[in-house]
Write a protein that binds this ligand. Structure first.
Ligand code: GLC
Length: 751
């Protein structure tokens, strides 16, 4: 009897232990006091293969129906993009958290690229501020507004280096230079993610498009990219590394074929560089169907091969297409893909979901007082726009205009186009919140100035000149004419490349027609890219480049034109004289025959005489219309006293470089002090100049400041002939100035 009793007790005890273990086992991943890595391991250990594959699926929520609900319940979907309003998100999340077997929360993504409801300047414009702080502020504002409606993750920042203004997505980029793009992109990541990803006002960033998407041949979107490894590592990869170094939670792969291997199946970029070298532990989401498009590329024969090559390369999550859902299980059963690899992919996704705090707070939403379209956000958007504008020309210091002008004519279809000024990728921006330039100019001038508006054209693409007459009449009645022209928001952005980058429609004709009135013209250009407008620069006094300035573009333009704020923007991208010069960028190689002067035209019958040949054109000045880093102010700055702590740097050491900048005009203003360096000789050819530092400073009229940069040999490293990242000893030149073409110059040597 006693034995029986003992036996029963033992069984009951073992049963109790087992249940306890089961219970505690199930609770580990739900226990926020446990380190995230342990929670991940525990959760993975409990997931079925189908549930793991489910986490690797992101769908676009086209409609809520039982099929979608059931897929979530079965753990077949890990994420949605564009998942409707907050109620839709909570409804789906409730199913995931309460009805699925393990209750893994969904992560919601959205393109919050340059603002959510409060739209900031397009990223190319934000890069023109050369002010990481204001860019960070803009992304933080966007994050808090998106978090209010339950968005957890934005598909930004885009840091594709682009040197081709034909490419429509240059609008979303931070321009042509790796150093500037790295500073701007990492500021955006810090703004989106804040100090704590689990905070209710933080959203996960997604640095994109990995990698080289901006090198699309002929500027056509989605086109082939051919990028030798040295250029990949020196130019296209650094901005991504900088974003990861500040904690970017995710990356997005890309549509383009990189040297014959599409970005979404590219083991060199996604595995060797991103994981093996950079130890990235977040996750990579594909671009929209970019995985299955590898069939179009001719890189995969079918979706089974798509799934195989994508997972082997290291794409954790598939956006919208279903190759993982339909093929991974089979590939594992056939032993072609290991479940360890699936575990690795799922770990990256779970890690971000844990870091976002979604397990503790699946209905994550910024609940405190709404900041959407708050005065604070609108002010930040206006200041960002003001600092993004680049003054390209100001003949006779014509700007700023007097607020006491009796009559001002405002001409142009973009003077009052609430949608156009929001720019591309502003899906959640409402044009009714925009304050247009026309409205803002009227508000600023008040009753004492008569403002006459005439669009002149039905829209920015129109060639119908019927409305020119009323524009001429308005101009003739005015003391000065403000023309607001350029591109509407649809002429840049995804798949919106242009082979010609002139002012669209009959805009040049309109400018010349208004110029015939003899009235002084201030031209404001809104655009998503550098445009070519050399034909009209003599017809106008001043040219202000406003990109697409966002919700508060109007007040920002009015403040600049009438002198409340001095323009301080600098070009983040080179402006060509003609599209025939593209690609054109400041950090070019010297070539064996660098041009020293133009050789425009060649007389008929000129004898073949190969003397003086150099790298120029017969039909256009080989220099850009406006160089990288260029931008005028209402004041003038004088640079003097360039000092180096030493003209020699020992390998591994650094020097201090300082210069004094004086505001020699009568306006308080900002100046972007730029440091460029040239490595005169290398075991591979080196660019004629590379940006290695910049500081935006405020100087009152007459004030002067000393600006100091630290320059280390590490800052001068490059991928050398042996494909090693290292600086080389030798001779260097540096410049400190207000743009990439001029500055105080000094030589130094690395010993
Ligand atoms: C688009 C874009 C990508 C965007 C994604 C989701 O095709 O290439 O930048 O984030 O799809 O909208």
């Amino acid at each position: 009897m006693k034995n029986q009793q003992a036996h029963v007790i033992l069984i009951l005890f073992l049963l109790f232990i087992n249940i306890t273990l089961q219970l505690t086992a199930q609770n580990i991943y739900k226990d926020s006091s446990v380190p995230i890595e342990a929670r991940i391991k525990d959760l993975i250990s409990q997931m079925t293969l189908a549930e793991k594959i489910g986490q690797m699926q992101q769908n676009h929520l086209s409609k809520k129906n039982d099929e979608v609900f059931n897929e979530i319940k079965l753990g077949k979907i890990g994420s949605f993009l564009n998942a409707g309003d907050i109620n839709d998100k909570f409804e789906l999340q409730k199913i995931a958290v309460e009805e699925s077997r393990l209750g893994i929360p969904l992560i919601y993504g959205r393109d919050v690229i340059h603002g959510f409801k409060t739209i900031f300047p397009i990223p190319l414009g934000q890069a023109a501020t050369w002010n990481p702080e204001i860019v960070k502020l803009g992304s933080a504002a966007a994050a808090s507004e998106a978090a209010e409606v339950g968005i957890h993750w934005t598909f930004a920042p885009m840091v594709d280096i682009s040197r081709d203004p034909r490419w429509g997505r240059i609008a979303e980029s931070c321009g042509e230079d790796p150093y500037l793009a790295a500073k701007m992109g990492s500021a955006m990541v810090e703004g989106f993610q804040g100090n704590d990803l689990s905070s209710e006002s933080s959203i996960a960033a997604c640095t994109k498009h990995f990698v080289g998407y901006g090198a699309a041949e002929s500027g056509k979107d989605y086109n082939t990219t051919i990028i030798p490894e040295r250029y990949m590592r020196d130019i296209y990869l650094p901005p991504f590394k900088s974003c990861i170094d500040v904690g970017a939670a995710t990356l997005m792969s890309a549509f383009n074929d990189i040297n014959g291997v599409p970005a979404s199946g590219n083991e060199f970029t996604l595995k060797r560089v991103l994981r093996d070298e950079w130890k990235f532990d977040g996750f990579v989401v594909s671009d929209w169907a970019s995985m299955t498009e590898m069939i179009n590329h001719g890189f995969c024969a079918d979706e089974t091969e798509v799934a195989y090559k994508s997972v082997k390369a290291g794409v954790n999550m598939e956006m919208v297409s279903q190759s993982y859902a339909n093929n991974l299980e089979k590939l594992i059963k056939e032993g072609k893909v290991s479940e360890d690899l699936i575990n690795e992919m799922v770990e990256g996704i779970l890690r971000v979901k844990f870091r976002l705090g979604l397990f503790e707070n699946p209905y994550k939403q910024l609940k405190e007082k709404s900041r959407t379209l708050s005065a604070e956000h609108l002010t930040a958007a206006r200041e960002s726009a003001e600092q993004s504008f680049v003054l390209l020309q100001n003949t006779d210091d014509f700007l700023p205009l007097s607020k006491l002008s009796k009559t001002i004519a405002v001409i142009g279809p973009l003077a009052d186009d609430a949608q156009a000024q929001l720019g591309c990728w502003s899906p959640d921006g409402d044009p009714e919140n925009s304050i247009t330039p026309l409205k803002a100019i009227k508000q600023l001038l008040g009753e004492k100035t008569k403002v006459i508006f005439a669009a002149g054209l039905d829209n920015c693409r129109s060639t119908n000149t019927e409305k020119f007459a009323e524009a001429v009449t308005a101009s003739e009645a005015a003391d000065a004419v403000i023309m607001i022209l350029g591109e509407d928001d649809l002429l840049s952005g995804e798949s919106h490349s242009r082979a010609f980058i002139d002012l669209p429609g009959a805009q040049e004709e309109l400018i010349k027609t208004i110029a015939e009135t003899g009235k002084p013209i201030v031209l404001v250009i809104m655009a998503g890219r550098p445009l070519t407008f050399g034909n009209i620069v003599k017809d106008v006094k001043s040219i202000l480049y406003a990109w697409h300035p966002g919700t508060m573009g109007g007040p920002a333009i009015a403040n600049i034109l009438f002198g409340n704020v001095s323009p301080s923007g600098k070009l983040p991208v080179t402006f060509p004289r003609t599209v025939g010069q593209v690609p054109i960028y400041y950090s070019h190689k010297n070539t064996g025959r660098p041009p020293s002067e133009n050789q425009l035209g060649i007389k008929m019958g000129t004898p073949e005489n190969p003397v003086g040949f150099a790298s120029y054109y017969l039909d256009v000045d080989y220099t850009p219309a406006y160089p990288f880093g260029f931008g005028l102010s209402y004041t003038t700055f004088e640079y003097h006293d360039l000092k180096l702590s030493s003209n020699e740097i020992l390998m591994g050491g650094k020097i201090e470089v300082s210069a004094t900048i004086k505001n020699t005009g009568k306006y308080d203003a900002e100046e972007v002090v730029q440091l460029y360096v040239r490595d005169l000789f290398g075991n591979v050819t080196r660019p004629v100049k590379e940006l290695k530092g910049f500081k935006k400073i405020h100087l009152k009229a007459g004030e002067e400041k000393v600006v100091t940069f630290s320059l280390s040999t590490g800052d001068l490293a490059f991928w050398n002939i042996d494909m090693k990242y290292a600086a080389e000893s030798g001779d260097f030149t540096l410049w400190v100035g207000g743009d990439s073409q001029k500055g105080l110059k000094a030589d130094f040597t690395i010993k």
